[in-house]
Design a protein. Structure first.
Length: 422
């Protein structure tokens, strides 16, 4: 056992079975950790092991992967930002680590070169999506603008972590105006070393979307747990709805733009803006980060609004299905006085629905009517995450100071849908 080192390929015999895989570092002294061919890790008790055979895993010098170019294929640009899709296995820990060279992405996923030529790769930062902020969204928008206004480029793919991807897609939807070509965000729920990785299909479908006629900011990823096709979904109407499934993202209160199949077939499902390579994209990435997202829960003390009123310029409250918070004498805390005070002092308060699906309607019951009279802005079917991004965008424009309600209710980037879809 002393001869085996992490990253060695080993064959382990126990009293019950034979196990072959890559030896990993184990944090528990009594456990031998092995990565199986399937990509999953298992631990084996040392006391159960009768023999270990070592086949030395030779470390190979990393070679720069050259981008392949094929005649008659369109050119796209790719922006790599981090996330599982931009990582590879670390044989010492059994986890994943960032790619150190952007071209490595195509060593793992060469199928993209059957669809497009990659003109340029940019890696402005490598971050998990929870570590991103508005400054990162602004940087991505600046890079996109340059690529989109380049006549040689047919579209853009952005690879991204999954958990907060829909914040980025919303931001780019507002920041990139007069859009002329596709901006496609894609991801991977499972790393490249796993047989069930979704990265290859997602990237290939993203490539087809990037050269399509859909001039939209969209998210492209698995439509089901199978490798049958992907959905192209609107950037302001999409949300991650599962922690680990390959079809984690769903279009909410809207239909996907299209189904995209591995052979390049695109089946349109809803209206979209059409490609116009002659148009020039306008960049407007102003953002006020003094905005917050607050989730209301029963019994919550509205004094929290005093804090936000002192430090923030606007908040989105995730309220009930129709847009209510506690506004009644029978409630432990009546929110209406604090809401009125906060709005009178200049805090912008908007309501989005905790139910995710459906539309707010403050006119149905008296609590909603009271909140509306107090100055609360009800954001209909807009997703709370999209609403947060839009509020930061709107508040950043000083010329809209007296038009905030009007601008929040203006359908700028497909964030509202007049007819809700399942």
């Amino acid at each position: 056992m002393n001869e085996a080192k992490p990253s060695d390929i080993v064959k382990i015999n126990t009293v019950k079975e034979e196990i072959q895989g890559i030896l990993l570092e184990s944090s528990e002294p009594g456990i031998v950790l092995i990565k199986l061919k399937s990509g999953y890790n298992i631990g084996v008790k040392k006391e159960d092991i009768t023999n270990i055979g070592v086949a030395k895993h030779e470390a190979k010098e990393e070679k720069k992967h050259e981008l392949k170019e094929k005649k008659n294929l369109p050119y796209i640009d790719i922006i790599i930002t981090g996330g599982t899709i931009s990582s590879r296995i670390d044989y010492k820990t059994g986890g994943v680590k960032w790619l150190t060279n952007p071209e490595e992405l195509f060593k793992f996923y060469p199928e993209i070169f059957d669809v497009v030529n990659v003109r340029k790769i940019e890696m402005p930062f490598m971050k998990a999506s929870e570590n991103m902020s508005a400054g990162d969204w602004q940087k991505l928008a600046e890079i996109c603008e340059k690529s989109l206004n380049d006549k040689e480029v047919k579209g853009i793919i952005i690879t991204h972590g999954t958990d907060f991807l829909h914040y980025t897609s919303s931001a780019l939807s507002f920041f990139l105006q007069n859009l002329n070509k596709p901006v496609v965000l894609t991801y991977s729920q499972r790393s490249s070393d796993r047989a069930s990785s979704d990265a290859s299909l997602n990237l290939k479908c993203a490539a087809y979307a990037a050269v399509s006629d859909m001039a939209e900011v969209m998210l492209v990823g698995h439509a089901s747990i199978n490798d049958d096709f992907c959905y192209a979904m609107p950037g302001t109407k999409v949300r991650k709805m599962h922690a680990s499934r390959r079809d984690a993202f769903k279009a909410i209160n809207a239909r996907p733009f299209a189904k995209i199949f591995p052979d390049g077939k695109i089946e349109k499902l809803s209206k979209h803006n059409l490609r116009d390579d002659g148009k020039k994209v306008k960049l407007d990435n102003e953002f006020n980060d003094k905005v917050a997202l607050l989730k209301f829960y029963p019994g919550q003390d509205p004094e929290i609004l005093d804090y936000y009123g002192q430090k923030y310029h606007g908040i989105i409250i995730e309220a009930s299905g129709l847009g209510h918070v506690a506004v009644s004498e029978e409630a432990k805390h009546d929110w209406l006085p604090k809401i009125k005070k906060a709005i009178d002092n200049g805090l912008i308060i908007c309501m989005a629905g905790q139910t995710i699906y459906g539309r707010l309607d403050p006119r149905v019951y008296s609590p909603g009517r009271s909140l509306m009279k107090a100055g609360v802005i009800f954001l209909e079917d807009m997703l709370a995450e999209t609403a947060l991004v839009k509020l930061g965008f709107v508040l950043a424009h000083r010329e809209w100071k007296n038009k905030i309600r009007e601008k929040m209710l203006e359908n700028m980037a497909g964030e509202f849908n007049s007819r809700l879809e399942e």
